[in-house]
Design a binder for this molecule. Structure first.
Ligand code: GDP
Ligand code: IMO
Ligand code: MG
Length: 428
């Protein structure tokens, strides 16, 4: 079967965009199945950087179909900005399809994301304020507006009025906020509707026909396992399912039609926003990782929290997503470290565990059990064969595979396409 899911194993920003772009050279189609413009996927081609938010990371190949699936929360404003930016850079944008079932991010979603965070005060989640949580809330509350509603002028005018009346009531009652203006929103979104209509279709039929025809399809996860609303560090999570199972509901693909799953693993660990992070290094090691890796968010520019690799987290991701192999990224950032640590278990109340506690209270108490590795001094960014990696780098990688019980598939040693070492030649 020629369907491959690319999923993040940690707290996001593992380098999913780079891996999707690399594998997209062989793919017919690339599909986003969850999340929205909270994603920031950076793709570097010949030294040029593209920061993608809603756009699937297959966009840089002419002729590759790029699909925004039904499970995505779709912000037309961001989408059209991305289209314009791509066109200006000479990128062909004619091969994009948007699901008619995807939910639309409306102005009240972005506003409520911001107001909700302010109201939480010290307990804020640290969201990207892109309206993601409120849009998924409305989907579950059955007051969402879908892309098929947006492009139907009459339907949209009616639905928008109905929902806005409710929202304005809530804005006043909860936040004492002035009402949003119906006419303005209607005009703005009618303009978007006209522009996006040519891209809209039934992506479920389209994708299933492609799967049946044996086309090569990549499913591009956004966010990651530890931000999954069920499996992550709830409530410090996003509102969707980044794990591979998210493909079934977010793209309309049956479980038995998923071929392979690649888990993207950053060689160390980062997190943006609040919430538990057992291996976080709030010291000069964390600063060194942040500086070496330029760890600042693509979407918000916030400094990312940094720490050592947590193999318990990666193992958990492996179980949840059925990961066949790992794509380890940013190994080059660890060049020059005297010592590298890997958390292989946790100690809690005198007991050694390796599963992820559900309770944040317990998770806050866990002490990582570290194994220490001697670093390597060589610059590995020009290495293209696994055998040529420094012995100490291979020891680190092989121990990672052993602890997580997931084999090595790809090793990435730089942001560019060619800075990639293939271990498993049969990913597609
Ligand atoms: P994503 O959200 O998972 O796609 O990851 P981001 O794009 O937010 O962050 C990953 C960053 O690392 C981007 O700037 C990539 O260009 C960059 N990157 C990806 N792989 C590598 C690598 O192997 N080495 C280095 N140095 N940078 C990488
Ligand atoms: P990519 O796809 C890293 C985090 C936010 C916040 C939490 C909830 O680039 O890996 P949300 O706006 O989704 O309601 O915020 O999730 N978050 C991410 N962190 N990478 C991402 O995406 C993220 N998308 C959301 O920082 O803690
Ligand atoms: Mg990112």
């Amino acid at each position: 079967m020629s369907t491959v899911v690319i999923t993040g194993t940690q707290w996001g920003d593992e380098g999913k965009g780079k891996i999707v772009d690399y594998l997209a050279a062989q793919a017919d189609t690339v599909v986003r199945y969850q999340g929205g413009s909270n994603a920031g996927h950076t793709v570097s081609v010949n030294g040029e950087e593209y920061k993608l938010r809603l756009m699937p990371s297959g966009i840089l190949y002419k002729g590759t179909l790029c699909v925004i699936g039904n499970g995505v929360v779709f912000d037309p404003q961001v989408f059209l900005e991305e289209i314009d930016a791509m066109k200006k850079r000479g990128v062909d944008t004619s091969n994009i399809r948007i699901s008619n079932r995807a939910h639309v991010v409306m102005p009240w979603h972005k506003l409520c994301d911001e107001l909700g965070e302010n109201l939480r005060g010290e307990n804020k989640i640290g969201t990207t304020k892109r309206g993601i949580g409120p849009c998924y809330m409305d989907k579950a509350d059955r007051v969402g507006i879908r892309v098929c509603d947006l492009i139907d002028r009459e339907d949209f005018a009616e639905k928008c009025r109905e929902v806005l009346d409710q929202k304005n009531f809530l804005l006043k009652q909860i936040y004492n906020h002035e009402p949003l203006n119906y006419e303005e929103i209607l005009k703005e979104y009618e303009g978007y509707a006209e522009k996006i209509a040519p891209y809209v279709c039934d992506t479920i039929t389209l994708l299933n026909e492609e799967v049946d025809a044996g086309k090569k399809i990549l499913f591009e996860g956004a966010q990651a396992t530890m931000l999954d609303i069920d499996y992550g560090t709830y409530p410090y999570v996003t509102a969707s399912h980044p794990i591979s199972g998210g493909v079934c509901v977010g793209a309309g693909i049956a479980p038995k039609k998923i071929g392979k799953v690649v888990g993207v693993v950053k060689a160390y660990c980062t997190r943006v926003g609040e919430g538990p992070f057992p291996t976080e290094q709030l010291n000069e090691i964390g600063d060194k990782i942040r500086t070496a890796g330029h760890e600042f968010g693509t979407v918000t520019g916030r400094p990312r929290r940094t720490g050592w690799l947590d193999a318990c987290v990666v193992k958990y991701a492996g179980q949840l997503s059925g990961i066949d192999c790992m794509a380890v990224t940013r190994l080059d950032i660890l060049d020059g470290f005297d010592e590298i640590k890997m958390c292989t278990a946790y100690e809690v109340d005198g007991k050694i565990i390796s599963d992820i506690p559900a309770s944040l209270k317990v998770l806050a108490k866990v002490k990582p059990v570290y194994e220490t590795f001697t670093g390597w001094k060589e610059d590995i960014s020009n290495i293209r064969n696994y055998a040529d990696l420094p012995v100490n780098a291979k020891k680190y990688l092989e121990r990672m595979a052993e602890v997580t019980k997931i084999s090595l598939g790809i090793i990435s040693v730089g942001p560019n396409r060619d800075q990639t070492i293939i271990v498993d030649k049969n990913i597609f």
